[in-house]
Write a protein that binds this ligand. Structure first.
Ligand SMILES: CC(C)(COP(=O)(O)OP(=O)(O)OC[C@H]1O[C@@H](n2cnc3c(N)ncnc32)[C@H](O)[C@@H]1OP(=O)(O)O)[C@@H](O)C(=O)NCCC(=O)NCCS
Length: 159
């Protein structure tokens, strides 16, 4: 099984061009190109962010970026290359990033999803995220965004 051969590790500077290209073609299509190689280089160096890649036989097959704040985290970007999807690679990337959030004592993970991306909405629901809100024109005023959240631990101590 491909998922068994998959490993997750921190992205290297040599990965930024490929991540940037996938982001442009698979995530940011129709919206412009924000995640350029220059921006990704800065994100890799930013200590409040984790930029990770999934590899099979050293080949990049997916990536994810999460921002960690005091109580909350945000999943900023996620993609698995076409041809490698529906093999639980996206799940492995999210769970890796989530584990860091849990260890850091974070309460919630947020993610914003393009309204016209129903596959991603189902994917996040499968991982325990729930729809919180829909923001009109979130993406460059041209497309609505769905805000989803996953509760990692309760803010209320019930013991
Ligand atoms: C969304 C994405 C990252 C999912 O990655 P993946 O590796 O294919 O997902 P997984 O194999 O871990 O999926 C786990 C489960 O999520 C659900 N799921 C995933 N993709 C789905 C889709 N396109 N349609 C419906 N359900 C889906 C399924 O329940 C799946 O389990 P199953 O295959 O046993 O039915 C991938 O489709 C992708 O890169 N899409 C393009 C970029 C993108 O949309 N990124 C998200 C931006 S917010």
């Amino acid at each position: 099984m491909l998922a068994d051969k998959t490993y997750i590790e921190f992205a290297r500077l040599s990965d930024v061009a490929e991540i940037s290209r996938i982001s442009r073609d698979e995530i940011e299509y129709g919206l412009g190109w924000d995640y350029t190689s220059g921006k990704l280089t800065q994100l890799i160096k930013n200590s409040s962010k984790n930029v990770v890649v999934a590899r099979i036989d050293k080949k990049l097959v997916g990536f994810g970026i999460m921002t960690y704040r005091k109580d909350q985290a945000n999943l900023d970007l996620l993609a698995v290359k076409e041809g490698f999807r529906r093999k639980k690679i996206g799940t492995q990337i999210v769970l890796w990033l989530e584990k860091v959030a849990i260890t850091s004592g974070i309460f919630n993970i947020f993610v914003q999803v393009r309204k016209r991306n129903p596959g991603a909405l189902v994917f996040y629901e499968h991982l325990g995220f729930r729809k919180l809100d829909e923001i009109r024109g979130l993406y460059n005023d041209v497309e609505n965004g769905v805000v989803m959240v996953k509760l990692l631990r309760s803010m209320v101590n019930t013991t």
